[in-house]
Design a protein around this ligand. Structure first.
Ligand code: NAD
Length: 302
């Protein structure tokens, strides 16, 4: 099918590439030139604005880094909302249910259907087409894009209520955020007591402490200290803040989420929004006076 794709970053680029490889015809836009050129080389057409994409295609997908970017791209002056052909806007970004609802209402005023479709599974999942895709929106419109979404991952229809895909995504990312900092605390505790972190991770992964941080993030990006998993701290903190807002708007006070939220605010303050989110271990190491290394593992800093 003809698909417009806006936002060709760590997630958007591999998703767009998979869609081209699966035989879809893509028209793409990003504020950066390099990914646009790279996709043109693979057969995509380039457009000069979200509006131009929406002039040319009925289905517009987006994978954008902030709530403001999604709002601007969808509803701004040169946004999708001004397009002549567009029928549906599939937002693959994590924006939270309140922003999803706002975009839904604004687009709805112009008869454009918003299909909320946040994803989970990281850059590796985007490259392999194994993301979890959490869709909410009118069922018939979902059916129109289902085939394309199946190219990027396993598709779950969460419900027709606007924003419910986002609520699902925030529940998931709250767990991912928790796993990262909780595993960091567990391993730092062990290293402080003289345990080898590599052995610790092997034990945890063979035991009941197994989680996505111990399984994926520690072996690949924390123990080798490459801190290059592919998800920015700024994006993780965005998701944690959104999850806390979601809980608050539902009248909920959740103890673990609040503690996890406080920890991530320390991570963004100390490591910066551009750091990889696996750097979350660094403030925890610093407070404990240890560094978690790969093989010998234990390097006391003082
Ligand atoms: P990214 O920063 O790597 O990519 C965002 C892209 O959008 C960039 O190429 C940027 O140039 C482009 N962009 C920004 N503003 C734009 C605008 N106004 N118009 C057009 N293009 C614009 O971010 P990412 O890691 O790919 O994340 C994208 C979304 O996916 C976020 O909502 C994030 O929370 C979510 N997500 C990310 C991951 C991950 O592991 N990286 C996993 C699941 C979900």
């Amino acid at each position: 099918m003809d698909i417009g794709f806006i936002g060709l970053g760590k997630m958007g680029f591999p998703m767009a590439r998979r869609l081209i490889e699966a035989g879809h015809h893509l028209t793409v836009f990003d504020t950066r030139k390099e990914p646009v050129e790279a996709l043109r080389a693979l057969g995509a057409e380039a457009a000069s604005s979200p509006k131009e994409i929406a002039d040319r295609t009925e289905t517009v997908m987006a994978s954008l880094p902030s709530l403001q970017a999604s709002l601007d791209v969808a509803t701004g002056a040169a946004g999708v909302i001004e397009g002549k052909r567009v029928r549906r806007f599939v937002d693959l970004s994590t924006v939270g249910s309140q922003m999803a609802l706002r975009i839904h209402d604004l687009l709805g005023g112009r008869n454009i259907v918003q299909i909320d479709s946040p994803v989970s599974g990281g850059v590796a999942g985007a490259e392999k087409g194994t993301l979890a895709v959490m869709v909410s929106g009118p069922r018939a419109e979902f059916e129109a894009v289902r085939g394309a979404l199946e190219v990027i991952g396993k598709v779950f229809f969460i419900g027709e209520k606007p924003g419910s895909g986002q609520t699902m995504k925030l529940a998931n990312n709250f767990l991912s955020a928790t796993a990262m900092v909780a595993t960091s605390e567990a391993v730092v505790m062990g290293v402080k007591a003289g345990l080898d972190p590599k052995v610790m991770i092997d034990v945890i992964n063979a035991g009941s402490g197994l989680n996505t941080a111990s399984r994926d993030k520690f072996p690949r990006s924390v123990l080798p200290r490459s801190f290059d998993f592919g998800f920015a701290t700024g994006l993780m903190v965005k998701d944690v803040r959104l999850a806390l807002e979601e809980m608050k708007s539902l009248g909920l006070k959740m103890e673990v989420a609040e503690a996890v939220g406080r920890l991530w605010e320390v991570v963004i303050r100390d490591e910066g929004a551009e750091s990889d989110f696996t750097a979350a271990i660094k403030p925890i190491e610093k407070a404990a006076g240890v560094v978690v290394g790969e093989t010998t593992g234990i390097h006391a800093t003082k």
